[in-house]
Structure formats: structure tokens, C-alpha cells
Design a protein around this ligand. Structure first.
Ligand SMILES: *Cc1c(COP(=O)(O)O)cnc(C)c1O
Length: 362
């Protein structure tokens, strides 16, 4: 079966000598290789204010900690995501307030978010689900009008664009994941991109127990307990080698996504997702709504293609029971959406076969 997700690893003859060199160098903790990777991310994301971290979850947690979010606070979020978006909020003790999605896209609906704002709202968590970019024109307006900061969970959206610029410097915080199945993987890893340079130094301390790496251990004074969220040199070297290929790989996701956009348009039984003004998705998964989803999935299975909704809505987990509320648009979306493979492993012949099969009906 052709999978929905698959790790891209740079060629062995590039990757293995580089790993071997670092692994036996005598220094495998956070050092040159980690920092060079971080510099590579700064170039890639066109933002000098970046911290590489152990995971996307760590990036989200650091963003929330940077805002001093704690019990009694509220964070508006979406259930239409992978669980870590919301477990990261839960571990701060803040209350998650669900907003509804736009039924056309499955992405958070700005109008619903506006309705959920209270005097306790401390952040809005946006997820660029499956590589589609949220309605940033509207969300920027909300943030400007209310002063409430936005955290973008861009774990699915490396390489996506807003107003022509790569995602990673629009909102106060943008969080990326380099976990095994994302556009770019370092086996595990992540990054947090900051809009305000002054947010970097405190987060850098929280990344390493609360210690300041620039000051000697003996002179260090921890004023706020931090975490062990930094990356080691092995992750760093893997990331450096991976980054050399990342744009090319993302371009393949995008080319396949655009092919589906063009060829599936207007077919009966399918509703394509409209993309918001000034946004360009990076198509981590190809997303659409289909009639009779079970039969659609069976049709894809019959030609050895995985099709699936993939994610479980977060609001049904017991741990989020206190946040339960009616989300009628999510209901509608959740019963119809499906993903088909769209990544670098889908070649031209396969994507044509997928479209031809869909055209025959299910
Ligand atoms: C993968 C993912 C994360 C978490 O990333 P990890 O690197 O696995 O911690 C967060 N949010 C979303 C939407 C994800 O898909």
C-alpha cells in the first residue's frame, strides 16, 4: 500500500559519513553541529530568531511558557489537529477553549474565535492543518485589535507561504516539528521561530534548565526552572544534511498537490478545499471532502493507495472533557474529510492513476 506519510532521508553517501564524523568526534552534546543546523533553519525560514528544540511539542510548550501561561488562563484552540497541539496547552494548566472550524477547510474559523475571546484569553493557537494555511488576514486583524498573541502550530506546514513569504515570522511564535513523518525529519526535532527578538533569550534559557549557556556554570543563577529541550550534535548534523534537500522535497509535495487541485476539480462526489487569500499550502497531506467516505477509502485500497482521515478530533479525549462544547461545523467536516498521499514518494504515474480511478466513481 502506498502510505500517506513517509520519511525522506538524504542519500546514504551524504548522510552516513557526516553522522559517523560527529558520533565519534568526542563531542555529541549541543555544540557546533547543533548551532550550524540552527543557522541553516534561520536561512530556510528567513528569520534570524530561531531556536532548534527536541520536538514540535517542546516548541509549543516553550511558546506557551514564553507567554507565562498558567492555570486560570484560557487558550483558544482547535480540535482538528494532532493531539500534541492541545496536550502542550494542557500541561501548562491553562484551560483549552475550542473554537469551531470553517466547514469548507477544517481550519479554525476567525468568527468563532472572536466569539470565544474572554478577559482570560491569553493566546490563540492556530494549526495549519495538513499544510493548509489558516485565514491569516483575519487572524492578524483579531490579534492586532485585541492584543492577544498568536501561536502558529506549523508542524504540518513547513514551506507553506502567506503573502508570498515562508511561514515562520508572521505571528509572535511559529512552531515546527521535524518528527519522523513531517516534511523534513531529523528523526525527532523541532524549532520555534520568534517574531520579537527579545523573546529569544528567555526561551533559550528555558530550553536548558533555566541556565544561561553564555555564563559559566559557577556564575549561573537559575531564576525560572526550565527544561531539557535543546538538541544534540547528532540531531544537528542530521538536520544539516536533510536541509540541503528540504526545498526540493517540499516542491514535490506542492507539485502533487497542485496536480490534484487541477485534476479533481469539479468531479462529482468531491469538494475541494478553497485556500484563503494570500496563502499557499505546502500540501503535507492532500485534503478534500468526499461523499460516502468509507467506499471512497475502499476504492483507493483496491488500487493499493492509503486514504484516511488520519487524525482523531482532540475534543473527545477525556483529558479535555472540561472544554466540551458544540462544534457543528467540525461535525460536518469530520464526517467528510479524507486525505490521499501527496508527498515526494508519489510519482506522476501514480498520481494520474489515483485521479483516473476517482473519476470512475465509487
Ligand atoms: C507532529 C505534530 C506536533 C508535535 O510534534 P513532535 O515533534 O512530534 O513533538 C504538533 N502539532 C502537530 C499538528 C503535529 O502534527
Amino acid at each position: 500500500m502506498l502510505p500517506l506519510v513517509k520519511p525522506y532521508i538524504a542519500p546514504r553517501d551524504e548522510m552516513m559519513p557526516a553522522i559517523e564524523k560527529v558520533l565519534y568526534s568526542g563531542y555529541i552534546a549541543e555544540g557546533e553541529a547543533a548551532w550550524n543546523f540552527e543557522d541553516g533553519l534561520k536561512d530556510f525560514l528567513d528569520n534570524p530568531n530561531i531556536l532548534a528544540v527536541q520536538s514540535g511539542t517542546a516548541a509549543l510548550h516553550l511558546a506557551l511558557l514564553s507567554l507565562n501561561i498558567e492555570p486560570g488562563d484560557e487558550v483558544i484552540s482547535t480540535p482538528m489537529t494532532s493531539e500534541p497541539t492541545n496536550t502542550a496547552i494542557a500541561i501548562t494548566g491553562a484551560k483549552i477553549v475550542w473554537a469551531d472550524v470553517d466547514p469548507n477547510t477544517g481550519l479554525l474559523d476567525p468568527e468563532s474565535v472572536r466569539e470565544k475571546i474572554t478577559e482570560r484569553t491569553r493566546a490563540i493557537m492556530l494549526v495549519h492543518y495538513a499544510g493548509m494555511v489558516c485565514n491569516m488576514n483575519e487572524f492578524n486583524k483579531i490579534s492586532d485589535e485585541t492584543g492577544i498573541p498568536i501561536i502558529e502550530d506549523a508542524a504540518h506546514a513547513l514551506g507553506a507561504r502567506y503573502q508570498g513569504k515562508i511561514i515562520g515570522s508572521n505571528s509572535r511564535f511559529t512552531c515546527f516539528s521535524f518528527q519522523a513523518i513531517k516534511h523534513m525529519t531529523t528523526v525527532d526535532g523541532g524549532a520555534i521561530a520568534f517574531k520579537n527578538p527579545e523573546d529569544v533569550a528567555p526561551a533559550r534559557k528555558l530550553r536548558w534548565f533555566g541556565l544561561d549557556k553564555k555564563v559559566s556554570r559557577l556564575e549561573n543563577d537559575i531564576t525560572r526552572a526550565g527544561y531539557k529541550y535543546g538538541i544534540n550534535n547528532l540531531t544537528g548534523i542530521i538536520g544539516q544534511i536533510q536541509l540541503k534537500h528540504t526545498q526540493e522535497i517540499i516542491d514535490q509535495y506542492i507539485a502533487n498537490g497542485k496536480f490534484y487541485d487541477g485534476t479533481l476539480k469539479g468531479l462529482s462526489g468531491i469538494t475541494l478545499v478553497p485556500y484563503y487569500k494570500y496563502t499557499e499550502p505546502s500540501y503535507w497531506l492532500y485534503t478534500m471532502k468526499v461523499e460516502d467516505r468509507d467506499n471512497f477509502i475502499r476504492l483507493m485500497e483496491s488500487i493499493n493507495i492509503t486514504a484516511s482521515p488520519l487524525h482523531h478530533r482532540s475534543d473527545t479525549h477525556s483529558v479535555f472533557a472540561d472544554s466540551k462544547c458544540d462544534l457543528p461545523n467540525l461535525e460536518d467536516w469530520y464526517n467528510k474529510y479524507v486525505h490521499i498521499p501527496c508527498g515526494w514518494w508519489v510519482d506522476e504515474e501514480t498520481r494520474s492513476k489515483i485521479v483516473e480511478t476517482i473519476k470512475r466513481g465509487w
